[in-house]
Ligand binder design. Structure first.
Ligand code: E4P
Length: 215
């Protein structure tokens, strides 16, 4: 399973990269706004340090604007993936950009039918938002299982990118379901590694080593 970080914060990206397990980055307009940097500079800074896929979201809501934005972003780097919302005009843009060989990450997916249409339009990634579904009393991970099953039934190449991750159990379940990618906030990446028995065991080993080698 690939691991992406869900942030536009360069310091977080660099720290996650230093762990040696990072395959890519996803951004969105809200995450870029949080950095306080101008959009283009923020994305270009990320592209300078990340060799893997970097998702960059369009803000247009009509086909022509989305395609124009997508082409502009794609020219910034070979690893740019254009993020397009799954609305009617977005569906047309997914098709147009994919046909031009530009990778598309379809965002704001909340239903299996949206995922089916995105795959048919040629998306490289589908991003179902699990946390936001959990927030309204749905089970976000049920959607992941549905999308994995539907794509498996028809052999679609579109990769299932689990988004809006809030906790480590989202990642465990995504891996058990065979999702292709998890995009994870920096804080949750840190939580993936932690186990109290690891810390307790290491403290005991080091204390015993000290005792045995004293003097
Ligand atoms: C995915 O690509 C989105 O940027 C992101 O996962 C949304 O997460 P949120 O629901 O925590 O804002």
């Amino acid at each position: 399973m690939k691991i992406f970080i869900d942030t536009a914060d360069l310091a977080e990206i660099k720290e996650a990269m230093s762990l040696g397990i990072l395959d890519g980055v996803t951004t969105n307009p809200s995450l870029v706004a949080k950095t306080g940097k101008p959009f283009e500079a923020c994305i270009k800074d990320i592209l300078q340090v990340v060799p893997g896929d970097v998702s960059v979201e369009v803000v247009g809501t009509d086909h022509a604007t989305m395609v124009a934005e997508g082409k502009k972003y794609a020219a910034w780097g070979d690893n740019v993936v254009v993020k397009v919302p799954i609305i009617q005009e977005g569906l047309k843009a997914i098709k147009s950009l994919s046909q031009e060989g530009i990778k598309v990450n379809v965002t704001l997916c909340f239903s299996p039918l949206q995922a089916l249409l995105a795959a048919k339009a040629g998306a490289s990634y589908i991003s179902p938002f699990v946390g936001r579904l959990d927030d309204i009393g749905s089970d976000g991970m049920d959607l992941i299982q549905q999308v994995v099953d539907i794509y498996g039934n028809y052999g679609y190449d579109t990769e299932v990118l689990v988004a809006s991750i809030r906790n480590p159990m989202h990642v465990v379940n995504a891996a058990l379901m065979g999702a292709d990618v998890c995009t994870i906030p920096f804080k949750v990446i840190g939580q993936l590694l932690k186990h109290p028995l690891t810390d307790k065991g290491l403290a005991a080993f080091l204390a015993d080593w000290e005792k045995a080698n004293k003097g």
